[in-house]
Design a protein around this ligand. Structure first.
Ligand SMILES: Cc1cc2nc3c(=O)[nH]c(=O)nc-3n(C[C@H](O)[C@H](O)[C@H](O)COP(=O)(O)OP(=O)(O)OC[C@H]3O[C@@H](n4cnc5c(N)ncnc54)[C@H](O)[C@@H]3O)c2cc1C
Length: 454
């Protein structure tokens, strides 16, 4: 995939579009050597590059990005800096047990504060606000489930920043009749993801990392003690490489074992026009917190610094595994808009200004993983699903530790080199995905069957 026309990447999200003029770094050409090559210029790739270069100022570190920095999920997401790990806490306990859930929560706590501290220390201009987040419910069934989630956090002793909100208390915050109750976590934040990823680019460049954009990697070869990374116009021979290509990882020639580790899933987002002061007043929401519902196919909502609401989620698309251009779904965008206006009939005449979508990386057990491919010279990360903003920032530190060959508290985290179950063949993955998707939709329909959607 090559992007050399600004409009082709600008249209990929509201954040990319509203960023303004952006001049990508030149593409890579020629033959050279490096200590580490990192493929992918999103949060994972840039955090890894920056951390490793800081540890090893004399090392030559090269990042290759096929399009522009932030072209993937990192430039398109909701910008929630949050602690949610995997698909949900109940599934993590069921699959991995209580202790691993607690360990995962601590990793995510660290991830959220790591990102926040980075923004503060390096004065990253990404509109970061540490405003907290609600998980709310619309139906009695959903309310019961979110109560159980809250109790689970209490039982595990990891509820330190959490508080329960009754329907009345929620009404004070949000002025929507649809919310029956929910939980609040204060230690979360929101940011502008495109600004964040491009601030990371500047941070990495200032540390001496070399970044090439519009440089799709076309293949990887193992050549004796070196790994050779090929682009259309050159090749780089390196000691180690990192595959930070997230949902795009199936398309990297030469990383065959990465193919059955994850598939892309497409999720969609919209942003409204700027709301007037009267409109903001009519919906409450004065503290600018973010919120998610607790449907199976979750929706999420947050304000932007220029006075809009952006929301997304709900239905998803899992097209054929080879297809990477599904960031367009008028049907799901309309469902998002209808849902927003169902929550807030006060906004029924508000215009939606921008709509987009992006791929997340999904593996079989919906649990993130970091690992070696074949041997310790090739490292990959996968399975962040829609919860990767904070995670990928801390994963960058963890991967840098692995590149250094160090054993640290981070590399001891159980997702590192865990035995992940490979996906079955393409047809089975496709059919399994379809069945799961239909099941989740049915579940939401059942939970919400009494609610009037107008
Ligand atoms: C719509 C949407 C909303 C989301 N909302 C949230 C949220 O609010 N909170 C949250 O925690 N998570 C959210 N996520 C998930 C989060 O955005 C991702 O987990 C995270 O950004 C992944 O970062 P990454 O660097 O691993 O991958 P990416 O940002 O996808 O980066 C991978 C990069 O690799 C590049 N690449 C691909 N192939 C090649 C190649 N051959 N050669 C060179 N480069 C290549 C791509 O162009 C891309 O830039 C959301 C995702 C989406 C799509």
């Amino acid at each position: 995939m090559t992007v050399n026309n600004q409009s082709l990447f600008e249209e990929k999200s509201f954040w990319l579009r509203s960023y303004g003029d952006y001049t990508p770094n030149p593409s890579f050409a020629g033959e050279t050597q490096a200590d580490v090559v990192i493929i992918g210029g999103g949060f994972t790739g840039l955090n890894t590059a920056w951390q490793f270069k800081q540890d090893n100022p004399n090392a030559r570190v090269i990042v290759l990005e096929s399009a522009v920095i932030g072209f993937g999920a990192s430039g398109r997401n909701g910008g929630f800096n949050m602690k949610l790990f995997g698909i949900d806490p109940e599934m993590t306990v069921l699959r991995w047990g209580k202790q691993r859930m607690v360990d995962a929560h601590h990793y995510m706590q660290k991830a959220v504060s790591h990102l926040k501290t980075m923004v503060e220390e390096h004065e990253l201009q990404s509109d970061y606000q540490h405003t907290g987040m609600f998980r709310i419910s619309y139906s009695k069934q959903q309310l019961k489930r979110v109560e159980e989630t809250y109790q689970l956090f209490q039982k595990l002793g990891i509820d330190d920043d959490m508080r329960w909100y009754t329907q009345d208390a929620l009404q004070q915050e949000f002025n929507s009749e649809r919310f029956l109750g929910g939980m609040y976590e204060s230690e979360t934040g929101i940011l502008n993801p495109c600004k964040q990823v491009r601030e990371l680019k500047l941070l990495a460049l200032s540390a001496g990392v070399e970044i090439y954009e519009m440089s799709p990697v076309t293949g990887i070869d193992r050549n004796g003690s070196h790994i050779v990374t090929h682009t259309a116009e050159g090749k780089i021979s390196a000691d180690k490489i990192v595959l930070a290509t997230n949902a795009y990882s199936r398309h990297i020639n030469g990383a065959r074992k990465l193919k059955n580790k994850q598939i892309p899933l497409w999720t969609y987002q919209i942003v409204t026009e700027q709301l007037t002061q009267e409109q903001w007043k009519s919906i409450g929401w004065e503290q600018q917190q973010s919120f998610e519902d607790n449907r199976q196919l979750v929706h999420y909502f947050r304000p932007t610094v220029d006075g809009r609401i952006t929301m997304g989620g709900g239905d998803v698309l899992a097209p054929g595994n080879e297809c990477m251009d599904k960031d367009f779904s008028p049907k799901i965008w309309q469902q998002c808009e209808d849902h927003l206006k169902w929550i807030y009939p006060q906004l029924k005449n508000v215009r939606v200004d921008y709509r987009w979508g992006g791929p997340v990386s999904v593996n079989l057990d919906m649990t993130p993983e970091i690992g070696f491919l074949d041997d310790e010279r090739m490292i990959y990360a996968a399975g962040c699903i829609g919860h990767g903003v904070s995670l990928t920032h801390l994963n960058g530190r963890t991967i840098a530790d692995l590149l250094n060959g160090d054993k640290t508290e981070l590399t001891d985290f159980w997702i590192v080199n865990r035995k992940a179950i490979p996906l079955p063949g393409d047809t089975l993955s496709y059919l399994g995905g379809k069945t799961l998707h239909a099941g989740l939709k049915l579940w939401d329909w059942w939970d919400e069957r009494g609610l009037k959607k107008s």
